[in-house]
Design a protein. Structure first.
Length: 181
């Protein structure tokens, strides 16, 4: 991988809030672009940030399940869109299950961004009802959060039992997002 591409990847991942380690390899050894899969875990309430004790307990719990993967916890001052990367397919209305036009959804995202995603409510184009951008059905899942747990190159999903345990540790229902970049 050439040096320019490494810098682009580093800047891209830093903008997303992830820590990233670039493995040094001579340019002639690798002609393939690096890609990563992330298991992201977010609270269903976009504003929720668990206290330090809950975060530490979550890391201890997840470290037992993901022994060889890099675990990262991060929080931001503002609500962020937690995307699924290349796994994005489509968005459907959570009220009537009709597909929402991507341009319409992007316009609503742009509008919500103006308030740093504090106000996620909008009127759907399909059934003309108010809902939240966070409640829409994203194919693959995505959401909004100030707090994210990220597990790089996780090979397994959380079991239902482990998800319930993690929800109890953090004190809130959680959403799982698989992202590929």
């Amino acid at each position: 991988m050439n040096l320019t591409l490494r810098w682009i990847l580093l800047i891209f991942t830093l903008l997303l809030g992830y820590s990233y380690t670039v493995k040094a390899t001579p340019c002639f050894e690798s002609k393939h672009q690096m890609s990563s899969t992330f298991l992201k875990i977010i609270p269903t309430n976009p504003s929720y940030i668990p206290d330090k004790i809950k975060q530490d307990n979550a890391i201890r719990f997840l470290s037992k399940l993901y022994k060889n993967e890099r675990l990262t916890l991060f929080s931001t001052d503002t609500i962020e869109f937690v995307d699924q990367g290349e796994n994005f397919d489509s968005v459907t209305c959570n009220l009537c299950n009709k597909t929402i036009n991507i341009e319409y959804w992007q316009d609503e995202m742009d509008e919500a961004y103006k308030s740093h995603f504090k106000n996620l409510v909008f009127q759907t184009p399909c059934c003309k009802k108010k809902t939240s951008l966070n409640d829409l059905h994203y194919h693959s899942p995505a959401g909004f959060a100030k707090f994210v747990i990220s597990i790089e190159d996780a090979e397994n999903d959380l079991s239902e039992k482990d998800l319930k345990a993690l929800q109890a540790i953090l004190g809130i229902p959680l959403k799982i997002i698989w992202a590929h970049y």
